[in-house]
Write a protein that binds this ligand. Structure first.
Ligand code: RM4
Ligand code: MN
Ligand code: MN
Length: 424
């Protein structure tokens, strides 16, 4: 299904007066308002194809109903989100969960909804029915060369699918690791991973990147071969300019200072981009901003400062993507919330008074530095986001409109209450 533009416009019209009041209140105190609104309009976050269905846990999966049954229906769902928020103009595919068998048609369908394709993700953390050798003991790091070859070939195939869709990056996350001390020679595992990644790197088109994602544990619980940003950075440095490190917010041990990691990767030109989500304990894949929105703001503060220092375009210089999926929310509602949370943190970071902060740091004025950051963080930027959405043709309040139109019920009517989408 698609949302009629007239419905969005009509609803915006009804909400206009209330919006204007809130907008004027916050806008009055903001310097460079139009530049900020333009940056907010330009800022889009990619939607992963695996987040459109309800996520399972290792204990079970409870389908929410009306889930997309095919890639086409997933694209439709992203189209709905984008129509509402005008901030989700791309989709990231996971192969083989979503194989674009007719790339031209898939691309045309997406383009019709104003969408294009972000990074493609390979999957060597599960065995597929058709594959010859198992990834039970790893893929790119496997001790058996034949398994590594199979995993390299899969990644090269994923690049091919991506080329057909005009993607520009391959994102690699490996579950390779060990569950028990002694199981694995860690140096050997690293060297074999590097060698496999080099073969994949060779197959990258000139204008492509490979994004190396790290994660400390799960599904392996003793060692993970690409376990932290240092290991990913080491690999991406050895590989070359087309390789960078991907930061998934849920892939750190508790208490890690992610904003510092981000700041240094950016300094080295090695920050590929993000998988956004939130977490309380581990790789919880919760809605962005639902647990620790202040940390998200601090990350964006480093991003804005660091990108400005290097003259980078905020919207396009690195990859912005959500990687979340869980079991109790309507996935579309969850994604609308996630995109909003990301843009709130971004808008707050844009409000930081940088010259004053530099001055406070220079003077070792710790109190003032904190005041400056928290002043930005405590500003209610939601009317700014609403205004940017309005200017871009989206809904003033995407979630309210989604609910008012009973979109999920319509999807259930179309696709059935038991439709189950591919993914985790
Ligand atoms: C992993 C990691 C990857 C994602 C898979 C589904 O934990 O975050 O990015 O592709 O989950
Ligand atoms: Mn991820
Ligand atoms: Mn993850």
């Amino acid at each position: 299904m698609q949302l009629e533009k007239s419905i969005i416009e009509e609803t915006n019209h009804q909400q206009q007066a209330a919006h204007q009041r809130k907008f004027d209140f916050v806008a009055e105190d903001i310097n460079g308002l139009d530049t900020i609104l333009k940056k907010l309009e330009d800022f889009n976050i990619a939607i992963p194809s695996w987040a459109l269905g309800t996520g399972g846990t290792r204990f079970g999966r409870f389908s929410g109903g009306g889930e997309p049954r095919s890639l086409e229906e997933k694209i439709e769902d992203v189209g709905l989100i984008h129509a509402l928020n005008r901030s989700s103009n791309s989709i990231s595919l996971h192969i083989p969960w979503d194989i674009p068998s007719n790339a031209a048609a898939v691309k045309a369908h997406a383009a019709q909804l104003g969408l294009h394709f972000d990074a493609v993700n390979s999957n060597t953390f599960q065995d597929q029915a058709s594959q010859e050798l198992s990834y039970k003991f790893g893929s790119l790091h496997h001790v058996d060369k034949a398994v590594r070859k199979q995993a390299v070939a899969h990644n090269i195939e994923v690049i091919k699918y991506g080329v057909e869709l005009d993607s520009k990056a391959l994102s690699v996350w490996l579950s390779d690791g060990s569950n028990f001390p002694g199981q694995l020679n860690m140096r050997g595992a690293f060297e074999r991973t590097l060698e496999s990644l080099q073969e994949i790197y060779e197959a990258l088109p000139a204008d492509w990147k490979v994004w190396v994602e790290y994660k400390p544990y799960e599904p392996n619980f003793y060692s993970t071969t690409i376990g932290d940003w240092g290991q990913s950075y080491l690999l991406s440095s050895k590989l070359g300019n087309k390789a960078q490190t991907l930061v998934d917010l849920g892939h750190h041990l508790q208490g890690a200072n992610i904003e510092q990691i981000v700041s240094l990767l950016l300094m080295e030109g090695k920050l590929a981009g993000f998988h956004f989500n939130d977490s309380k304990y581990g790789d919880d894949d919760l809605t962005v901003g639902s647990i620790n929105p202040y940390q998200l703001f601090l990350i964006f503060n480093e991003l804005v400062e660091g990108m400005d220092a290097r003259g980078m375009n905020h919207a396009t210089a690195i990859g912005w993507m959500i990687d979340a999926s869980h079991n109790v929310k309507d996935p579309i509602e969850d994604l609308i919330q996630s995109v909003e949370a990301i843009k709130i943190a971004y808008a707050q970071a844009l409000l930081v008074d940088t010259p004053a902060l530099v001055q406070a740091q220079q003077n070792n004025d710790v109190v003032q530095a904190q005041e400056i950051l928290q002043h930005a963080y405590r500003t209610d930027v939601r009317p700014l986001l609403a205004e940017a959405r309005l200017r871009a043709g989206g809904a003033l309040d995407p979630l309210a409109l989604y609910r008012k139109q009973a979109v999920r019920n319509q999807l259930i009517a179309e696709r059935g209450a038991k439709a189950v989408s591919t993914g985790l």
